[in-house]
Design a binder for this molecule. Structure first.
Ligand SMILES: Nc1nc2c(c(=O)[nH]1)N[C@H]1C(S)=C(S)[C@@H](COP(=O)(O)O)O[C@H]1N2
Ligand SMILES: [Mo]
Length: 236
């Protein structure tokens, strides 16, 4: 399905262009950081709202499995339409497995996702409670590939791809504002990054970042593909 002629579903967000493939992608420094362990499904819990703990893989299976088709929008302006995910709703996971561990106190405001390649990202809890936010373990009818974030990743379709953390390792639950990113990473990271509002970055306007980011796509795709090949994990 091409943009502009979609029979149904949400409109293409401003500045996005559909591409026919779904490339492995991210900030350049993560291209070669392919996690050693892309199998273990246990998740660490942390943050200032609960005691450190581990969610064992088996507890995920208590949650209802959901299938979902959604468009994926990278901040650099490429979109992959109609990605077919399978996994668990973050909202369900939070209510059933995390909330019971939280003691009395101020409301939880932020969730930090930490990844096995060192990546991390933060969103307001409220955004993550949306129906379409998943902890996914399948894409296109197959177990998630290493390229796309095995074994578990976040899928937050309303937000730019950089909020959809791959290779998930830990979920942190915060009442206070979590530690900020520093340097360029701080400016690249919009606190909400909603694609329909073109919240690409924190300071520069979306329309300008659109123009700056777009030329970086081919190099990024090549870099991430080459790194995967070099690691002998060409499973995209
Ligand atoms: N762990 C981790 N998650 C990540 C990234 C990353 O480098 N490492 N890159 C983000 C960015 S910028 C995008 S666009 C998507 C890309 O997902 P894909 O590789 O499945 O296309 O992953 C996001 N999540
Ligand atoms: Mo991205």
């Amino acid at each position: 399905m091409s943009s502009g002629s979609r029979a149904s579903g949400p409109a293409m967000p401003p500045g996005q262009r559909a591409r026919s493939d779904f490339p492995r992608f991210g900030l350049p420094k993560y291209a070669k950081r392919i996690p050693v362990d892309t199998v273990s499904r246990q998740l660490a819990l942390g943050g200032d709202a609960l005691a450190p703990a581990t969610l064992e893989a088996a507890v995920l299976e208590q949650l209802p499995r959901v299938e979902q088709v959604a468009d994926f929008h990278c901040v650099t302006t490429w979109s992959f339409l109609d990605a077919g995910w399978s996994g668990y709703r973050f909202g369900k996971l939070y209510r059933q497995l995390i909330e019971p561990r939280i003691g009395p106190g101020d409301p939880v405001r932020f969730i930090v996702f930490r990844c096995r390649d060192g990546y991390r990202t933060t969103l307001p809890l409220e955004d993550l409670m949306a129906e379409d936010v998943l902890i996914a373990d399948r894409l296109g009818g197959k177990p998630l590939s290493v390229a796309h974030g095995a074994p578990l990743r976040v899928v937050a379709p309303a937000h730019y791809g950089y909020k959809s953390a791959k290779h998930l390792k830990a979920i942190e639950v915060w009442r206070a504002e979590p530690p900020r990113k520093t340097g360029l990473a701080y400016f690249i990271d919009h606190p909400r990054a909603r694609a329909d509002r073109e919240e690409r970055g924190r300071v520069l306007p979306g329309w300008l970042l659109r123009l700056l980011y777009r030329p970086t796509i081919p190099g990024g795709v090549r870099r991430f593909r080459a790194a995967l090949k070099e690691a002998g994990t060409d499973d995209s």
